[in-house]
Design a protein around this ligand. Structure first.
Ligand SMILES: Nc1nc2c(c(=O)[nH]1)N[C@H]1C(S)=C(S)[C@@H](COP(=O)(O)OP(=O)(O)OC[C@H]3O[C@@H](n4cnc5c(=O)[nH]c(N)nc54)[C@H](O)[C@@H]3O)O[C@H]1N2
Ligand SMILES: Nc1nc2c(c(=O)[nH]1)N[C@H]1C(S)=C(S)[C@@H](COP(=O)(O)OP(=O)(O)OC[C@H]3O[C@@H](n4cnc5c(=O)[nH]c(N)nc54)[C@H](O)[C@@H]3O)O[C@H]1N2
Ligand SMILES: [Mo]
Length: 768
């Protein structure tokens, strides 16, 4: 057995001693390992581990109003199963399976077999199905708009995109809307054997490629090769892109041949751009007033775009805000006007600064995976509409041209996600979570979601079970060998749901007669065969793979460029859009009920942005945390050390701080009409004036009873973010659009949520 395991922040080697994990070190092949893995041994034995099944005491007495309050009782597995079995059976009898919500969005383990949500769904599929969620929080607006514009989502995420070697060989200018944040590139869903993004950027610097970063926050500034930072007011990138397009029209640099051959609808768009349609020229002066970028700078950038082979990219953050569909659509339009799309290493694609190894060369083949099967119920809601669904049963919405009716939910079940991390307007979520009859959560730690549940099931960490990793952007697959026994009563996801399936008589359908190792071999051999059939690649057989600890796909011989085949022969390789071309004007959208989305890209003022702010308000951006993954590892390692006086640092420009009498390290109160939190001010020139950056992931730590009216003591931005969707087309989360007030508050002691357990929960040392 090898000592290898895998996490979303990198592969690891594990050292154990007397049945305990002693150290977790980076994978030998990793050239830029993430410091996050240093916190893992601490996390395995953290005081907030869920050690036994637990049930909320008041729920046993029929209460549903007080989730998040009061004591739990610890029970054995048989008792927990008894309750779950009874709950599921009564809901199915009374309401049918549409009374069960198990979308369970979230970043469970990197191990693809014990992926918690997949097991939950697979089990429920064997007993009639459940209400699901579609899209991801990462790029929900993009997932809806990109297929309308370019036919699919390769431009947004995954492994099939323009690769770095092609970019470096061909582009002379790379423009990063949203900047390039190397701390975000530490992470890849499903793990990564080597962190390559930093090396590609270094190489870009060596080759003298010009780099422009456009963002309200200058992340990773010191680690990047020479580059220019343009400060932009949050939520205004579309206006900047329009002005760049306008200046290109004005200087007669539009590639009309490309537009005619490969695009539809430019004729309907240009009159809007030039102001012929609405009397407003979208020129550099116009955009300067919106974005805060000097008009001369915009014109200079437009000239550079015309004069150089370019690669344009935007981080996913641009679409996690009101009208978040627009910047992506407009950047594609801009690249089309330049005629760059499909030329080797040039054009446009998103997410290069958002996730590790996007654009790293890798043969196109899907990674090892475990499937939930088909949901016989077939009902779903958009990912960010959970609270809306719970608060408005029977309500209807239009979503990407379909009508969706919110079901009445009895049972909410979350396994491998943390809505009290990811959901917008948390105080509203608290209210929504007090509606269903029963909330079940499988968790490793006592997160705020577990604390707002009725039945909590203890899950193992990756180190306590055997698994296999796989990511669409990585060439490596890890054989994740079990290193220690499960802590106390914790069980693997497969064991948890096998136990339930046995009670429902569906174990055969759920487990297909395989045990854990049987499944791993099955998943791996399927992958090995696909690698051989589609790539001619020879991977070791399962036993050898398991012994070695990892397998590696060969690097592709030539670098891939997205849409090169389409450019080469658009008749033979059309896009999957209705016209087969890039749609700058979309008939689907023109004819849809979504009147808030125009049929071509355009600038729409968000409700909350600096242009609508009161003099004392700041625009809060809530980026991904450099020191943890969402809420994971918040209480340990580099994340714990990054806290100031126990609270999350809120980065603020010294000018804005001075105006408010705030000094570095002061406790601050951040609030708006939706909520309030405390954080610690960290003065930084890397944040532009008018903006405050509060990273996500500080565990929600409400003072008193959770919900509207309480304040979060730790610095969780989602008590401040708004439920307003990006648009009615995508209903996506718009968490970067939030105005807040900030003031200095008197220093107070911080009660550490990572040391505090719900009442009734034992803390005895786990058995080892
Ligand atoms: N304000 C604001 N909010 C945001 C964002 C933002 O930019 N701003 N970003 C959004 C984005 S992009 C995302 S992806 C979401 C992320 O939101 P989530 O994915 O929900 O956040 P995580 O903290 O990663 O939650 C995963 C949970 O799964 C648990 N877990 C891990 N492995 C297992 C396992 O094997 N079994 C079980 N049962 N549990 C396991 C972990 O302990 C953790 O609590 O947040 C979104 N929220
Ligand atoms: N360390 C770490 N890395 C992560 C994660 C994590 O939790 N921790 N989460 C992972 C996940 S799930 C995802 S989806 C990705 C998300 O990847 P992204 O969406 O790219 O990440 P963010 O950090 O939200 O935003 C990136 C940058 O965009 C800037 N920005 C915000 N609003 C605007 C705007 O209006 N215009 C411009 N031009 N810039 C803006 C932010 O200030 C930030 O510097 O990150 C992944 N990487
Ligand atoms: Mo994400």
């Amino acid at each position: 057995m090898a000592d290898v395991s895998a996490t979303h922040w990198g592969f690891t080697h594990v050292t154990t001693r007397a049945g305990r994990v002693e150290a977790i070190d980076p994978f030998v092949r990793d050239r830029n390992p993430s410091p996050l893995i240093g916190g893992l041994p601490e996390a395995i034995y953290a005081p907030t581990r869920v050690l036994r099944p637990a049930i909320r005491k008041a729920w046993l007495e029929g209460d549903r109003e007080n989730r998040g309050e009061g004591a739990f009782v610890e029970v054995d597995w048989a008792t927990a199963y008894d309750h779950i079995e009874r709950e599921l059976k009564s809901t199915i009898a009374e309401k049918g399976n549409e009374g069960i919500f198990a979308g369970s969005y979230g970043w469970g383990s990197a191990g693809r077999f014990h992926h918690a949500a997949t097991h939950l769904k697979r089990f429920l599929n064997t007993i009639g199905g459940f209400v699901d969620q579609t899209q991801t929080y990462s790029f929900a607006a993009g997932q809806i708009i990109c297929p309308h514009v370019v036919g699919d989502n390769r431009i947004l995420f995954g492994g099939e995109t323009t690769e770095w070697p092609a970019i470096l060989d061909n582009a002379r200018l790379i423009v990063f809307f949203g900047g390039i944040n190397l701390s975000n590139a530490q992470i890849a869903a499903g793990g990564l054997g080597n962190h390559a993004t930093a090396d590609w950027l270094t190489e870009a610097g060596k080759r003298g490629i010009e780099i422009v970063c456009i963002s309200p926050v200058h992340d990773s500034g010191e680690q990047l090769p020479p580059h220019e930072w343009l400060q932009i007011c949050p939520g205004t990138d579309t206006a900047l892109m329009l002005a760049l397009a306008y200046e290109i029209v004005k200087t007669c640099r539009v590639d009309h041949r490309f537009l005619e051959r490969y695009c539809t609808g430019y004729g309907a768009f240009e009159p809007y751009l030039t102001g012929q349609a609405d009397g407003v020229r979208k020129d550099a002066d116009w955009a300067s007033g919106i974005t805060g970028i000097p008009a001369g700078t915009i014109r200079k950038l437009a000239a550079k775009l015309s004069d150089n082979p370019v690669f344009l990219t935007a981080s996913w953050s641009l679409q996690r805000q009101e009208n978040g569909e627009q910047p992506l659509w407009m950047l594609i339009t801009l690249a089309a006007m330049l005629g760059e799309i499909g030329l080797p290493g040039r054009g446009v694609s998103f997410g290069y600064g958002s996730m590790g190894n996007r654009g790293d060369p890798r043969p196109v083949i899907s990674s090892p995976g475990f499937k939930a099967g088909t949901n016989p119920l077939g009902r779903f809601i958009p990912v960010a509409r959970v609270a809306d669904m719970l608060l408005d049963p029977g309500g209807t919405i239009h979503f990407d041209g379909q009508e969706i009716t919110y079901p009445e939910i009895d049972i909410v079940w979350w396994a491998g996600g943390n809505p009290f991390h990811h959901h917008q307007d948390l105080n509203r979520l608290v209210e929504a979570f007090r509606k269903p009859r029963t909330v079940i959560v499988n968790e490793i730690w006592w997160t705020a979601t577990a604390r707002h549940a009725d039945i909590v099931l203890p899950a193992t960490t990756a180190f306590e079970r055997n698994d296999i990793s796989g990511s669409p952007t990585d060439r490596y697959t890890a054989a994740m060998s079990k290193q220690i026994e499960p802590q106390c009563e914790a069980r693997s996801e497969f064991d948890i749901f096998s136990g339930l399936a046995a009670r429902f008589g569906t174990l055969e359908a759920y487990g297909e007669g395989r045990d854990e190792m049987g499944w791993l071999e099955h998943i791996y051999e399927d992958y090995r065969q696909r690698a051989r059939d589609t790539l001619g690649a020879v991977l070791p057989a399962f036993a050898a793979f398991w012994e070695k600890g990892f397998a590696e796909l060969p690097a592709p011989e030539s670098a891939y460029t997205l849409f090169a085949d389409f450019r080469d022969n658009p008749a033979k390789n059309p896009l999957k859009t209705p016209s087969g071309k890039i749609e700058i004007w979309s008939r689907f959208i023109a004819e849809s009920v979504h009147e808030d989305v125009h049929p071509h890209p355009r600038w729409v003022e968000p409700r909350e942005w600096l242009g609508s702010a009161k003099a004392t308000q700041l625009h809060m951006v809530s980026p991904q945390p450099a020191h943890r993954l969402h809420g994971q590892l918040d209480g340990v390692g580099v994340s714990r050390r990054s806290k100031i006086k126990g609270r999350e640092p809120a980065r603020i420009n010294p000018e804005d701080a001075a105006e408010r009498g705030i000094r570095d390290g002061d406790e601050v109160r951040i609030w708006n009409e939706r909520g309030e939190c405390l954080a610690t001010a960290s003065l930084s020139e890397h944040v532009m004036p008018g903006v405050i950056a509060l990273a996500t992931g500080a565990w929600y730590n409400p003072e008193g009873r959770s919900g509207r009216g309480s304040r979060d003591l730790h610095g969780n931005p989602n008590v401040l973010t708004s439920n307003v969707p990006t648009s009615t087309l995508s209903h996506a989360p718009a968490q970067h659009s939030a105005l807040v007030f900030v003031e200095k508050s008197a220093d107070s002691a911080y009660p550490d949520i990572h040391q505090k357990l719900p009442e009734g929960i034992g803390r005895e040392e786990p058995e080892t």
